[in-house]
Design a protein around this ligand. Structure first.
Ligand code: FAD
Ligand code: ZN
Length: 479
């Protein structure tokens, strides 16, 4: 894990007072015990230090903070719900970077009368956006296990993925317009609700996925969809790895756009979930090497179930599937989803876990899984790969649990070596070393190693054009 190597100075007490005056003393946190929850990441990989946490409530306050920071050369780290997994939202260990929490920018500004768009501020949680949209009879399809805490600003800054990308796309595809505060405090109002807009360079898409390094997202206009009339959900056991791809292909061929989720997990990982997540129950009688959670959405009642039953019957008959359970109630569907969504949490109960968030072309996932298992065994004999993820997007969370009885710290010390070995397999298959979690601090060096020099140089030029003093999330994404 790399350090960002910040070369910024900490703000002196008089400057801290000027920053605090912008948001009011109640929203400027300097006490260590009040700062603590903002300074540690979900996986405990990063513990930061900061002289000051600022919690602005308006775009104008964000603008004044950045104008001052830019003028004084103070580094600023943006934070939304603090659910990011690559260290981007945690100040580094130098104690110089100030933290800008966007959580108080939490208003829903508008839902358009026809219900096709919603405009929200950056600190609104994803869950709150889903609820506001549901109340209006529409669907905002972005869905992540962290949605109760993760904010829209963080979702867009990381171009979040999740479990509905297969049919609705990533956060980028759901974004129509943005309001962004630039490094010098200038506000760009790009809150357009247009599906078509070919007026030059796409500024919006520069900020989506920029992980707080190019500007602070303060609001967004997002695309809404009709609520499906029905969802049908099944948890399916597969007899072997070879069945995964043909089963996906047959689901896609028969369901087309109605296939809204195709999530997979390894057999041993389901055992971790059943062992460590309270209230979970084995969904199928016999254990299997691989499981898939399939969801079909249909415009009218009965249609989704009909499609699902159809291709499950075919798959059982041809031996691609060894067993399946179709949810007969919303509660049962939620219970099946919980098995999949607890996959990450469950690994905590098995000691140290080295994690990779990679993508390869869908058809090459089986090949990736075989090759990666070989390199894992080479780097740490006895370690357990427990892959899971968004099969239909080619996105594998290739996590590896420590061998039984192995020292946790000694295992985690192998992180960089393991990551390089796994990433080499990914690159050889034409894949990406970050499918949805981003680069942050965790993967800066790996990105520089595997991405082409032309791309890295273009990224550097964009960074220096938009943030000439480099005050925004320094050392993250690109150095
Ligand atoms: P933070 O963690 O606060 O910040 C993330 C990054 O965005 C940082 O670089 C930060 O500086 C920047 N940032 C935050 N807000 C802004 C802003 N307003 N303007 C500019 N930059 C900003 N991710 C997925 O893509 N798919 C998943 O399925 C998924 N599942 C998860 C499950 C769990 C249990 C957890 C803990 C995380 C998961 N994540 C997933 C990762 C994480 O939830 C997402 O990256 C999420 O989008 C981050 O939102 P946040 O508000 O918590 O951002
Ligand atoms: Zn994921």
């Amino acid at each position: 894990m790399t350090s960002s190597g910040s070369t910024f100075k900490a703000p002196a007490p008089d400057l801290i007072a000027r920053f605090a005056a912008i948001v009011g003393a109640d929203n400027a946190i300097v006490e260590a015990h009040e700062q603590a929850p903002y300074l540690v990441e979900w996986r405990d990989l990063y513990m930061g230090r900061t002289p000051l946490i600022l919690k602005p409530a308006t775009t104008e306050e964000v603008s004044r903070i950045l104008a001052l920071a830019n003028a004084e050369g103070i580094a600023v780290v943006a934070q939304g719900g603090n659910t990011g997994l690559v260290g981007g939202q945690i100040p580094d260990e130098s104690g110089t970077e100030i933290l800008l929490s966007l959580k108080r920018l939490n208003r829903v500004r508008a839902i358009d009368p026809a219900g096709t768009t919603i405009t929200v501020e950056a600190g609104v949680t994803l869950h709150a956006v889903q609820e506001a949209t549901r109340t209006a009879g529409r669907l905002f399809p972005l869905s992540l296990a962290s949605e109760g805490s993760a904010t829209i600003g963080g979702n867009l800054a990381t171009n979040a993925g999740g479990v509905a990308v297969l049919s609705y796309g990533t956060a980028r595809a759901l974004t129509l317009g943005l309001e962004v505060v630039l490094a010098d405090g200038t506000v760009w109002d790009g809150l357009r609700a247009l599906k078509k807009d070919n007026t030059g360079y796409d500024l919006r898409d520069l900020f989506v996925g920029s992980e707080g390094t190019l500007g602070i997202i303060t609001a967004a206009t997002l695309k809404l969809f009709p609520e499906p009339g029905e969802r049908a959900t099944a948890f399916v056991a597969l007899p072997n790895l070879e069945a995964l791809l043909p089963f996906f292909q047959s689901a896609e061929a028969q369901a087309g756009a109605a296939l809204t989720a195709f999530e997979f997990m390894s057999g041993p990982l389901l055992e971790f979930v059943l062992r460590h997540i309270p209230g979970t129950r084995r969904p199928l009688e016999a254990q299997a090497p691989w499981y898939v959670l399939v969801e079909i959405s249909g415009a009218s009642a009965g249609r989704a179930t009909q499609i699902l039953d159809g291709f499950l019957a075919d798959a059982l008959a041809s031996g691609l599937v060894s067993d399946a359970v179709v949810a007969s109630s919303l509660q049962q569907a939620a219970d099946l989803w919980r098995l999949r969504e607890s996959a990450s949490e469950a690994q905590k109960g098995e000691g140290g876990s080295i994690k990779h968030d990679i993508s390869v072309p869908v058809a090459r996932i089986p090949e990736f899984l075989v090759a990666a298992a070989n390199v894992v065994e080479r780097v740490c004999a006895g370690a357990h790969p427990v892959p899971f993820g968004h099969f239909g997007d080619g996105n594998v969370h290739y996590n590896i649990s420590q061998p039984e009885g192995f020292d946790k710290a000694a295992f985690l010390a192998k992180w960089d070596e393991m990551a390089r070995a796994v990433h080499d397999v990914v690159v050889s298959l034409g894949g990406s070393i970050s499918a949805e979690h981003g680069i942050g601090r965790l993967k800066v060096d790996e990105l520089a190693r595997v991405k082409s020099p032309v791309e890295i140089e273009l990224m550097r030029r964009i960074k220096s054009a938009l943030d000439p003093k480099g005050i925004l999330n320094p050392g993250r994404v690109v150095r």
